[in-house]
Design a protein. Structure first.
Length: 230
């Protein structure tokens, strides 16, 4: 299956396997694959049913997000590494809290095949939901910062495959453009967070996105070198 999915939006609220999608969302036709309804799953053309990869991801990684929630309850680190070190603890705390408390909605938005808002922003393929979730957790970890010897933060994550690297880079690009810090950035919509928090989140997104792009470039360079030696 290719990583890019060509879709056709259903014109009416559709029924899939006897159920309708979340909030009556219509089915999305994925050519050569089947029909997808958010919160229900993917009805394959061959007749089989695949669990909704986004909801499966949310359920699978709920304990990891619970750990990040617990970290936030115990307080943000006064010190941080990398791009996060350029921002105040208050700004990092606001950005991290916003991302952690809304991570399910953010994941659904990033992988939405049928976006109702900002359709001009490129989404990430549905089946890359686990990679997107991992990237969001890594951004949250960096924003929380260092909290001393007894630090109970999750271990740092790094993409290790081409697919992960692509998903991380795409997520960073999407979310960077999605964040709103002032009313003027997206008239008619309330800002997501303060300017200081948005700056912190955007810089960490850029850092993580660049990491993914560098890893992807290394993969491509290795493949090129292998081909040259063949």
């Amino acid at each position: 299956m290719g990583r890019s999915l060509l879709v056709v939006l259903g014109a009416t609220s559709a029924v899939l396997a006897g159920q309708v999608g979340v909030k009556g969302r219509p089915a999305v036709r994925i050519y050569g694959v089947g029909s997808y309804v958010e919160g229900v799953g993917l009805q394959m053309d061959g007749g089989g049913m695949v669990e909704d990869p986004v909801w499966a991801t949310i359920e699978r990684f709920a304990p990891a997000w619970a750990k990040l929630h617990d970290c936030m309850k115990r307080g943000i680190g006064q010190d941080a590494d990398g791009a996060a070190a350029n921002h105040s603890p208050d700004a990092r705390e606001e950005a991290a809290n916003k991302l952690i408390s809304n991570h399910e909605r953010v994941l659904r938005d990033i992988t939405d095949l049928m976006p109702r808002t900002q359709p001009e922003l490129g989404r990430v393929p549905l089946f890359d939901a686990p990679h997107v979730d991992q990237m969001l957790r890594e951004v949250s970890r960096r924003l929380i910062g260092r909290r001393g010897v007894a630090d109970d933060l999750p271990d740092a994550a790094t993409p290790s495959t081409v697919g992960q690297s692509e998903a991380w880079a795409q997520t960073a690009t999407y979310l960077y453009g999605r964040i709103q810090a002032t009313p003027g950035e997206k008239p008619g919509r309330e800002p997501d967070m303060s300017v200081a928090a948005a700056n912190a989140l955007r810089e960490v997104l850029q850092e993580v996105g660049n990491l993914a792009m560098n890893i992807l470039a290394a993969f491509e360079e290795g493949q090129h070198a292998t081909g040259a030696r063949a």
